[in-house]
Design a protein around this ligand. Structure first.
Ligand code: GDP
Ligand code: ZN
Length: 341
């Protein structure tokens, strides 16, 4: 009887795939992809569950013969089957910037992954500070986990959260992501950088993604650092990415089902919550992007649909015009393809 070998792709290097077989300890196999998979255009991603044929134990080689269906798929970073997103920020050095945090949270919400928010370097602030922020973030709809790589605070709780799951780590540069991964996985050997001068730019310049095995089971993906994730959503989806909006929607409804929660009459969302300002800023960006896409997709048309079934000439670019259902669907598909963190 032929044994079936199943494993997880930990890294992709050119046409080779590092595969950790489920029953195997130690060094992963270096695998190629069967030409049949190439012919059908089957891509192999980091995080993919695959069937491997003909493992060569002495040379640690093998061939990927099948890719199992993915539960989730992100394009930036390209990772399959991730369960959750671990957002890491620091309480100080660099200090916690609510707007930047909001941006990452919204981006995180736009993926199908569950979110875990960690605030690192908590050795640098007082208990009162933490209580204040805990309260503030509670109003946003999040429960932060305060951790410190230096003092070890919160790390045991975090490890529990990561066990047996595939987690993608994201957050701005300098907050301690590499330090954290090195602490959780002593053989990861990620380079820890000093918080660099004015720019505080990431040290990661490549798009390389790699999954690291956690001692408790589960896998962790490091992502290249970036400071400002794109606000690349359809404007009408943005509200769903704010827990505050979701909560308000449960108790009341806006008059228009396509309400963008700006000046529309009888809007249940507009108003007195801290991140409403952020919502409006992201909305403006999302609308600008949408208009840019509309212009690229349909430069000839002279009339475009606007909200609530009225039309206006195309030249008026001040107001957001609602695209047709068909374009909306296309944009959604495009956008889901692009979903990134
Ligand atoms: P990354 O850019 O997010 O990967 O951040 P690094 O891991 O390179 O860390 C940036 C700087 O923060 C380094 O100088 C670390 O030594 C420091 N650092 C990391 N974690 C902590 C922490 O818990 N407390 C303090 N005080 N400093 C930390
Ligand atoms: Zn509204």
């Amino acid at each position: 009887m032929n044994q079936v070998w199943v494993g997880t792709v930990l890294a992709v290097q050119a046409n080779f795939y590092q595969v950790q077989l489920d029953e195997q300890e130690g060094t992963p196999l270096l695998c190629t992809r069967r030409s049949r998979l190439k012919k059908i255009g089957q891509r192999v991603m980091v995080g993919d569950r695959v069937r491997v044929e003909d493992p060569d134990w002495s040379g640690l080689r093998g061939a990927i013969a099948q890719v199992y269906p993915r539960t989730t798929e992100l394009s930036r970073p390209p990772v399959a089957n991730a369960d959750q997103l671990l957002l890491v920020f620091s309480v100080d050095q660099p200090s916690l910037d609510p707007y930047q945090l909001s941006r990452f949270l919204v981006k995180g919400e736009s993926t199908s992954l569950s979110l875990c928010l960690c605030l690192n370097k908590s050795d640098l602030v007082s208990t009162e500070w933490k209580e204040e922020w805990c309260h503030r973030l509670g109003q946003w709809g999040y429960v932060p986990l305060f951790i410190s790589v230096v003092s070890g605070q919160g790390l045991a709780e975090l490890e529990q959260q990561l066990a047996q799951r595939v987690t993608i780590v994201a957050g701005p540069s300098g907050v301690g992501k590499s330090s954290l991964i090195n602490t959780l996985i002593p053989n990861a050997h990620l380079r820890v950088g000093k918080v660099s001068g004015k720019l505080q730019k990431g040290r990661h310049t490549t798009r390389h993604v790699e999954l690291f095995k956690l001692p408790s089971g589960g896998l962790l993906a490091d992502t290249p650092g970036f400071n400002q994730p794109d606000v690349d959503y359809p404007p009408e989806a943005l509200g769903d990415y704010f827990p505050e909006v979701r909560a308000l929607m449960k108790v009341d409804h806006c008059q228009f089902s396509d309400c963008l929660h700006r000046e529309e009459p009888d809007c249940a969302i507009r108003g007195d919550w801290e991140r409403y300002e952020h919502y409006l800023m992201f909305l403006q960006e999302a609308i600008a992007r949408q208009e840019q896409r509309d212009r690229q997709a349909d430069p000839e048309s002279t009339l475009k649909r606007k909200g609530h079934n009225t039309y206006e000439p195309k030249l008026n670019t001040k107001k957001y015009r609602r695209p047709s259902r068909r374009t909306q669907q296309q944009q959604l598909e495009e956008w889901y393809k692009d979903a990134e963190i």
